[in-house]
Design a protein around this ligand. Structure first.
Ligand code: ACO
Length: 448
């Protein structure tokens, strides 16, 4: 198979959200801390009628319908998620309801879990399958679904929720440069979920930020090395049109792009002009550790990267800023923002994606874009995702109601024997929702 990659995408996020400015005031944080300090505008969350299973049912059904894909045409289905509802039964098996109805039970794949990286593991599995000798000619389907919720405190505003479905096949408008890829895997305790009775992670936010940047440096270096071996010339920021980052909060994305500029400087890459070299000279001798801690370096690189950031990163930030951290879906929601903002103007462009999952696992990889053919074209993908309408038609909760919802969700996590309110007035037609969890923990869903 040639030009294997993304044929189609769809995104779903809950219609319920809270403005960061409102949450900031309610939490007693200083004005601008969440909006400027973290760089976030708004945060989506699930109410009691939605969860990672309902969201993935919604997005998969929508993708198949809107692109006219027959469920029998799916030969592999992989889910990435770090939201644990069941320690054994995969989310993929819930989705099989859609395919069984059509007589298709011949579908490989299960769930992948490692913090925000599971979606990328699922994606690489599907791409590798289509490129392999075991490929049977059908499509791969990747689902990234997560509800990111944090205990009250400084991490709470970095929540979010969404599900994304990605159709994989040959002759794709968005194809993988499979050899241009670098990974970094390590053992760290930056963010983890050891308390199986709680949905909330244990998180060391500052450490997580450093681990993210260490992984970013390492992946970029690996990827550059592979590119140089392959192409016989150096890779730098100038060689890609857009950079898309896993986005726990936008401030980290700003810092990450600035970090790549510093990496280019250390590699003596052609993307760094003389004026920038002069400004960065004082930082040439910093040790790795010092460089992650240096506020001055952060400031100088962010200033130097500002115009490049506006051109190569800013168009990718819309959905993560508006919806929040979507864990496994976060990187692909950032990529969806780029497709939404630029669609056909992306023809001929190269886009670099950086996926990070705490714990940690990370991969940087490269995509090449072409227009493709309807329904699998850049412009149709942007049409189908309909991001502007979905963002506009949301319902903003006041902070008291948000906090009340979080309390109810805490009680419901791991619980059995309850029916939900089934208040689905805020959901759009076609949305799946949770109706009941019975005395044997079996979950029941309906479609609005
Ligand atoms: N106006 C403007 N900026 C402000 C204001 C204000 N009033 N107040 C604070 N800030 C800035 C700070 O200067 C800081 O920015 P800087 O880093 O550029 O200096 C930023 O806002 C955050 O404030 P802090 O006090 O440094 O951070 P805080 O202790 O509130 O925690 C954090 C922020 C660490 C991001 C926290 O929200 C968290 O832990 N989130 C979870 C992160 C996570 O989940 N990581 C794991 C996921 S994996 C991953 O995806 C990396």
């Amino acid at each position: 198979a040639k030009n294997v990659g993304i044929l189609a995408m769809d995104i779903y996020f809950p219609p319920t959200c809270i403005q960061q400015e409102v949450l900031e005031a309610h939490d007693g944080a200083s004005k601008g801390k969440y909006t400027i300090g973290l760089g976030q505008d708004c945060m989506a969350f699930c109410t009691e009628v939605e969860d990672v299973i309902s969201m993935s049912l919604t997005v998969v059904t929508s993708l198949l319908e809107k692109y006219g894909v027959d469920p029998k045409q799916i030969g592999r289905l992989e889910v990435g998620s770090e939201t644990v509802i069941d320690k054994s039964k995969s989310i993929k098996t819930f989705l099989m309801g859609i395919f069984e109805k059509c007589g298709n039970t011949d579908i490989e794949g299960v769930d992948s879990t490692n913090a925000c990286y599971g979606g990328t593991a699922a994606l690489l599995n599907c791409v590798n399958w289509v490129e392999s000798s075991s490929w049977d000619g059908r499509y791969g389907l990747v689902v990234c679904t997560d509800s990111a919720v944090y205990a009250e405190g400084p991490a709470r505003p970095t929540g979010g929720a969404a599900a994304i479905a990605i159709l994989i096949g040959p002759d794709a408008p968005i194809s993988f440069e499979s050899k241009v890829r670098g990974s970094h895997m390590a053992h760290v305790y930056d963010f983890y979920k050891p308390n199986l009775a709680s949905e909330y992670p244990v998180v060391d936010g500052k450490l997580s930020q450093t681990c993210y940047l260490i992984a970013l440096d390492s992946c970029y270096k690996q990827m550059c090395n592979k590119y140089e071996k392959l192409e016989g010339k150096q890779f730098s920021l100038s060689d890609a049109d857009y950079f898309v980052f896993h986005s726990p909060y936008n401030k980290l994305v700003q810092k990450s792009f600035a970090r790549l500029l510093y990496d280019d400087f250390l590699r003596n890459a052609s993307s760094i002009d003389e004026a920038a070299k002069e400004k960065l000279a004082p930082f040439l001798t910093l040790s790795g550790d010092e460089s992650y801690q240096s506020r001055d370096l952060e400031k100088v690189t962010q200033q130097l990267a500002k115009s490049l950031y506006d051109a190569k990163v800013q168009p990718t930030t819309l959905i993560p800023k508006q919806v929040g951290n979507m864990y496994t879906a976060s990187l692909y929601a950032a990529f969806a923002s780029l497709l939404h903002n630029k669609n056909s103007a992306l023809v001929g462009k190269r886009v670099i994606l950086f996926s990070y999952g705490s714990g940690s696992s990370a991969t940087m990889f490269s995509l090449q874009l072409r227009e493709g053919q309807h329904p699998f074209s850049l412009s149709n993908i942007a049409n189908v995702m309909d991001v502007a309408r979905k963002l506009k038609s949301r319902h903003e909760f006041p902070p008291e109601k948000f906090v009340e919802t979080m309390h109810l969700m805490e009680q419901r996590y791991g619980a059995k024997d309850f029916v939900t309110s089934q208040d689905i007035s805020l959901l759009s037609p076609g949305t799946y929702y949770l109706t009941e969890v019975d005395s044997k923990y079996r979950r029941f869903y309906a479609k609005k």
